[in-house]
Design a protein around this ligand. Structure first.
Ligand code: NAG
Ligand code: NAG
Length: 292
């Protein structure tokens, strides 16, 4: 071995060290002060514990909400949520991606509260170019008010996947081949809110919010956006940093994930617009042919 290869392996060690340090920095960077703005609710949204915890609350006068500082064009977004405990009937906690304007794109998680002991509903929807009506709803296999659980959205050019604790619950495949626009050109922010929707949320609006239980509170931790940040028309992924892991950008569902998805759909799905022929007398929406 010549001395030149010795020094280049030293340089390699140094480089690896730097990469490890910088990836540690990225991992530990989750901080709500840095990542989001509390945008409404007049003090009902609070960032606590040096930025590690965020709480939203709702009382008769107002709910509250926050949004990400960054806009993104594709990404994998993880958030840990602990939903409103006890009697949460009538309340809705949202966590979604959305762009702006009449022809906006949107990818929604909404958590519909319930009476104590009765199950929450996880309501999902996908809007492309301003058009939604693509609801799927699920029960969960755990009590989402007892502990924090991770709710994730994977959004890449091939598909959108909704995950709960790493288990896919819904896949919305790119259906441009059958004429359905796919979200791929409008940057989106993460939004979250807690608000009163007792005109429709619980048993279709039959059960109203019990204001004697207010304030209602939902908690958030460990927001992680492994994503392409969009800024002044430029994507951060255009100049990919070698230390970042872009696996998510091409990630498909492997066979284990597909089996998990089937398990959720078989045992926990309570509504799928693609199974609702009555609602679409003209025929099911075209994307239903490419989406399970
Ligand atoms: C609330 O509980 C009732 C009774 O178990 C159930 O039918 C309903 O789907 C649950 N969730 C919501 C949000 O209404
Ligand atoms: C990149 O991320 C994927 C999924 O999160 C993981 O399985 C893989 O090991 C990671 N690769 C590297 C080089 O860190």
């Amino acid at each position: 071995m010549g001395s030149s290869s010795f020094s280049s392996s030293n340089a390699m060690t140094l480089l690896l060290g730097l990469l490890i340090v910088s990836s540690l920095i990225v991992v530990s960077a989750s901080n709500f002060y840095q990542d989001v703005d509390v945008t409404w609710g007049d003090g009902r949204g609070k960032i606590l514990n040096n930025g590690e915890l965020l709480t939203l609350s709702l009382d008769k006068a107002s709910g509250s909400g926050f949004q990400s500082k960054n806009e993104y064009l594709f990404g994998k977004f993880d958030m840990q949520l602990k939903l409103v405990p006890g009697n949460s009937a009538g309340t809705v906690t949202t966590y979604y991606l959305s762009s702006q304007g009449a022809t906006h794109d949107e990818i929604d998680f909404e958590f519909l509260g319930n009476l104590s002991g009765d199950p929450y509903i996880v309501h999902t929807n996908v809007y492309t170019q301003g058009k939604g009506n693509r609801e799927q709803q699920f029960y969960l296999w755990f009590d989402p008010t007892k502990d924090f659980h991770t709710y994730s959205i994977l959004w890449n050019p091939q598909h959108i996947v909704f995950y709960v604790d790493g288990t896919p619950i819904r896949e919305f495949r790119n259906a441009e081949s059958v004429g359905i626009p796919f979200p791929k050109s409008q940057a989106m922010r993460i939004y979250s809110s807690l608000w009163n929707a007792d005109d429709w949320a619980t048993r279709g609006g039959l059960v109203k919010t019990d204001w004697t239980q207010a304030p209602f509170t939902a908690s958030y931790e460990n927001y992680n956006a492994n994503a392409c940040v969009w800024s002044s028309g430029v994507s951060s992924c255009a100049s990919r940093s070698p230390s970042s892991n872009y696996t998510w950008l091409t990630q498909e569902l492997d066979s284990t994930s597909q089996q998990r998805l089937k398990w959720v759909q078989k045992n926990y799905m309570i509504y799928n617009y693609c199974n609702d022929a009555k609602r679409f007398p003209q025929g099911l929406p075209p994307e239903c042919s490419v989406n399970p």
